[in-house]
Write a new protein. Structure first.
Length: 127
């Protein structure tokens, strides 16, 4: 079943209680949909989130320069002192058109959630 981008964000939040935030951004680095876990106080202001999203899209673009030799990026992970964050490129053919961002609580084993739950769910996302 394919979901709209807003419904998709809401459904990913339900995959694990350690997920804090999910969002989808376009090539211009603008969030087109996002959701926070109920009761979460965001660590960034809306303006800071916009900057962070744009920076993530730029970083994902720089990774693409070597993909022809080492393979496409599956996801990029950053661990901060207060949160873990993952960026997953969304592609049309081989071109990155959007990014999907997820943040996790620090104590969460994020990789099984990404590989076994989130990435398979991406087939249900309609952009």
């Amino acid at each position: 079943m394919q979901l709209t981008v807003n419904d998709f964000c809401a459904s990913v939040l339900k995959l694990d209680r350690g997920i804090r935030f999910v969002g989808v951004a376009n090539r211009e680095g603008k969030l087109i949909a996002h959701a926070y876990r109920k009761g979460i106080v965001p660590l960034l202001t809306p303006q800071e989130t916009e900057v962070s999203v744009l920076q993530s899209f730029i970083r994902m673009g720089t990774r693409a320069t070597l993909e022809q030799k080492i393979g496409e990026t599956v996801y990029a992970f950053t661990m901060y002192r207060k949160v873990k964050r993952v960026t997953i490129p969304l592609r049309n053919s081989s071109k990155i058109t959007h990014i999907f961002m997820v943040s996790f609580d620090l104590d969460v084993d994020h990789e099984p959630i990404i590989i076994n739950k989130i990435i398979p769910e991406l087939e249900n996302l309609v952009l």
